[in-house]
Design a binder for this molecule. Structure first.
Ligand code: FEO
Length: 385
């Protein structure tokens, strides 16, 4: 597949993976992208997941027209991209591998060798000349591992963006970009907003016509749409107004209160209300929505003197990704000693710019008139006129 006259797609689609990175469901599969740049010298951009080495090499062979690659550029050492470096180096013994110093350290850790006599260590500003194409190296540490580089081809104005601008989903399935790119970003890159902001500043100085990420489609039009979303996400600004209600319920009474609150919020004209059952819904979707909208309600039973395990996990997902700039409200349930609201609040003590709602809903076992009044007050606080 041609990206430009000289740049071809040689990646693969994965419809076998049960959990990407050991935790993310990928109902529409996953793409591991790789590219080859054909010039006087030939550069291959990254490899693919371990299960697809032969398919990847066959894709590459199909583009080489009998020639041999000169470089394998390793932008990122996470195994979904690096697993077939050794296979490539065995097949093409005259090729060199181009990567950051940290990537070579990881190569030795993963493969027992850093290809010492065939390695080219690059840092910010380095250039690899292929002929008419020049690859400009851009360091992008922690987007999303510390060794990451991105690469800018000044001839075709292509940014090879590593995991940046990636998404879940194989390329043979049509789906909305933002939905699965946002879930991917919040889950995988979300902690590293500061580092993404630094890379966006570097990218702003480049004339970019095409973005070639390591996952998801090649982006070749309306690039400001994608770049603006990345700017919003990485600066931890809410993308929209709305209330996300995340619930840990055992016998359904806490969920009843959450649903009653959702109805009240809708009655009051709240632009977007969503409810997640943390035990049954995809937690990565709940994390995505918590970062997408500006208001969050956490509803948990009190359990073993603390909060329900799923809620604990969910809050950890938020705080370790630097959740900030949002309003949070609590709904707690306890048949004899409700404590969930206090405990959930403590878990956000180190989070920046969090406003805790004045109203907390406390359920004693099941909903009653008093709970309904508390729900009304909280709905008014969150979405009143
Ligand atoms: Fe797609 Fe961070 O690996």
């Amino acid at each position: 597949m041609f990206i430009t006259d000289d740049i071809r797609y040689i990646g693969v689609n994965d419809h076998k993976k049960d959990l990407f990175e050991g935790q993310y469901i990928v109902p529409n599969g996953m793409a591991y992208n790789s590219y080859v740049i054909m010039d006087e010298k030939i550069a291959v951009m990254d490899s693919v997941d371990a299960d697809f080495g032969e398919e990847w090499l066959a894709n590459l062979e199909g583009e080489l027209a009998g020639r041999k690659p000169d470089y394998l550029v390793v932008q990122h050492m996470e195994p979904d991209h690096s697993a077939n470096i050794s296979l490539f180096m065995e097949k093409y013994p005259e090729a060199s591998v181009v990567a950051s110093a940290r990537a070579f350290t990881m190569m030795k850790q993963f493969f027992g060798t850093d290809f010492a006599d065939r390695k080219i260590v690059v840092k910010e500003g380095a250039q690899i000349e292929l002929g008419s194409h020049v690859l400009n190296i851009i360091e992008a540490p922690l987007v999303h591992w510390p060794e990451v580089i991105m690469t800018y081809d000044s001839k075709d104005k292509v940014l090879f963006s590593a995991d940046g601008f990636g998404k879940f989903g194989a390329l043979d399935v049509e789906e909305d970009w933002a939905c699965e790119a946002r879930r991917y970003y919040m889950g995988i890159v979300g902690k590293y907003g500061i580092q993404v902001q630094k890379v966006l500043k570097k990218a702003a100085a480049l004339d970019i016509a095409i973005i070639c990420p390591l996952h998801g489609p090649v982006l070749n039009e309306n690039l400001s749409y994608y770049i603006n979303l990345y700017d919003t996400w990485s600066s931890y600004r809410p993308e929209g107004e709305g209330v996300v209600i995340c619930v840990s319920s055992i016998y359904g009474h806490t969920m009843d209160a959450a649903k009653a609150l959702a109805e009240k919020l809708k009655e009051k004209g709240c632009p977007k209300v969503s409810v997640f059952d943390l035990a049954r819904d995809d937690m990565a979707e709940a994390v995505e929505d918590a970062f997408r909208y500006d208001r969050l309600v956490l509803a948990s039973v009190t359990y073993n003197g603390t909060i329900f395990p799923d809620m604990n996990t969910f809050i950890a997902h938020l705080t370790e990704r630097n959740y900030q700039n949002r309003t949070i409200a609590f709904v707690e349930n306890g048949s004899w000693a409700p404590a969930a609201a206090r405990i959930m609040g403590k878990l956000f003590e180190k989070s920046k710019n969090i406003t805790i709602a004045e109203n907390t809903v406390t359920i004693r076992s099941a909903m009653n008139e008093d709970t309904a009044a508390q729900i009304e007050a909280l709905a008014e606080e969150l979405c009143g006129k």
